[in-house]
Design a protein around this ligand. Structure first.
Ligand SMILES: Cc1cc2nc3c(=O)[nH]c(=O)nc-3n(C[C@H](O)[C@H](O)[C@H](O)COP(=O)(O)OP(=O)(O)OC[C@H]3O[C@@H](n4cnc5c(N)ncnc54)[C@H](O)[C@@H]3O)c2cc1C
Length: 405
């Protein structure tokens, strides 16, 4: 690699929410970081709304606060103050039919989560760190660095390369790290809906036999919908005219928020579970969807990725402060040990939930009802469930506790 290559501590491939959170956390602690994305910054900031909205767990919100991004988001985020969970045996009319019901007031002082639209989060993060429009065309090991060549011809030497380039990560593939997993026989339809009555900050999730149907509160009388269906039904719903789509919607929504209608475009995503065989390689760390992907049943994919970003930022900053090499195998091994089990556990939980609630066999339905009824009656169990969903289980990285690095 030519001597003219610029040296950087960390080079991140992928300016999605996970890569950008990591970049901001590292630069805030004085680390030299370059971020590249195959999409130009103008495209990234002018991203057409892709339909997704995030349920940010309290720990994720604390991390965004600790890196100084939350003030740009607070006014645009809707707090989830309650949750009603029901299944296909109930008619979905809201509180009275819910098996499981959480409320902020019963369970703690902070909201269960905050809903934030993807475009809002992306724009806020992009205001905090520059992004170079390029992809990686060559990567070679050198004595104490990796020699990188970008698609725009620029050369870098970096001590640590981070793959934050999403589910189909080319960086992971180039490193020869295998991916395990499977596709679900389900497609997620995502859209925003407008409703007649205010949602009062309540999220509704119904477990129907083809898959979960979730309605999560956004600002105003709007909610974000994640509707999982069998592929054939999903294709028909995507092709249906707006009136027919709204009729199908009404059949699933119940009347907790009055009449509901589509507001804007519909998107659909094939659903899959995947886990990288290793989160690390030679001077390489995988974060976010490049490392794992899960069923959206619990809305935890991004939260898990933000936990990766917070943990990796912490081990890298600690190594640099001690004068150590941030890309050394033992530093990366610490990151992998910290994060891989959490990833595996959440993948197993979301997969299990999807299977449990999809089953229509009578003994499983009975067990499901008894299980949920028990959780509903035991505040301690509810607290445990909430604790897991809030992203506060296990040894938390500093950022997730709201502390600076
Ligand atoms: C239907 C659905 C609903 C979901 N709902 C939720 C939810 O409510 N809550 C939640 O926490 N999660 C949810 N998720 C999961 C969530 O979408 C992902 O976990 C999240 O987007 C991962 O972020 P990321 O930054 O790792 O990757 P991405 O958002 O995929 O970003 C990757 C970035 O890398 C760039 N890139 C890709 N390839 C290259 C390359 N070769 N070179 C350079 N750049 C490249 C891309 O342009 C992109 O900017 C949902 C997922 C689905 C499918």
């Amino acid at each position: 690699m030519a001597a003219s290559a610029q040296l950087t501590d960390v080079l991140i491939v992928g300016a999605g929410p996970v890569g950008m959170t990591l970049a901001r956390a590292l630069t805030g602690a004085g680390v030299d970081v370059v971020v590249i994305d195959r999409q130009a910054p103008a495209e990234l900031t002018a991203l057409p709304y892709d339909g997704r909205a995030w349920a940010l767990a309290p720990a994720s919100r604390r991390a965004l606060q600790a890196i100084g991004v939350w003030p740009d988001l607070a006014a645009r985020a809707e707090a989830i103050q309650g949750m009603r969970i029901s299944d296909s045996d109930s008619d979905g009319d809201g509180d009275s039919q819910a098996f499981l019901s959480f409320d902020q007031t019963e369970l703690g002082s902070e909201p269960l989560a905050h809903m934030i639209e993807n475009r809002v989060l992306r724009r806020a993060l992009l205001r905090h760190h520059p992004v170079r429009a390029a992809s990686l065309s060559d990567c070679r090991p050198e004595a104490a660095t990796l020699g990188l060549e970008l698609s725009d011809g620029t050369r870098f030497r970096t001590r640590l390369l981070v793959a934050a380039d999403g589910r189909h990560s080319a960086t992971r593939e180039a490193a020869g790290i295998a991916l395990h997993g499977w596709r679900y026989d389900q497609v997620g339809i995502v859209c925003t809906v407008r409703h007649q009555k205010p949602h009062q900050g309540v999220a509704y999730e119904r477990f129907l036999s083809p898959g979960p149907f979730a309605m999560l509160p956004l600002k105003g009388r709007r909610s974000s919908l994640v509707w999982c269906e069998r592929p054939v039904t999903a294709a028909a719903l995507m092709a249906a005219d707006e009136d027919s789509f709204n009729a199908e919607l009404a059949a699933r929504c119940g009347d907790a928020v009055g009449s509901v209608e589509l507001c804007g475009r519909r998107w659909s995503y094939p659903l899959a579970l995947h886990l990288a065989e290793s989160y690390v390689g030679h001077r390489l760390a995988l974060v976010g969807d490049a490392a794992h992907g899960m069923h959206p049943v619990a809305g935890q994919g991004l939260n898990l990725g933000l936990r990766d970003a917070a943990a990796l930022a912490e081990v890298v900053v600690e190594a640099l402060r001690l004068g150590l090499d941030p890309g050394a195998a033992d530093v990366l091994a610490r990151y992998q040990t910290w994060r891989r089990f959490d990833g595996l556990l959440l993948l197993a939980i979301t997969d299990g939930l999807n299977r449990l609630f999809g089953a229509q066999v009578e003994p499983v339905r009975l067990a499901r009802r008894l299980g949920l009824a028990a959780v509903g009656r035991l505040p301690q169990l509810q607290r445990l469930f909430r604790h897991q969903a809030s992203g506060s289980m296990g040894e938390l990285p500093r950022l997730l506790r709201g502390a600076a690095l």
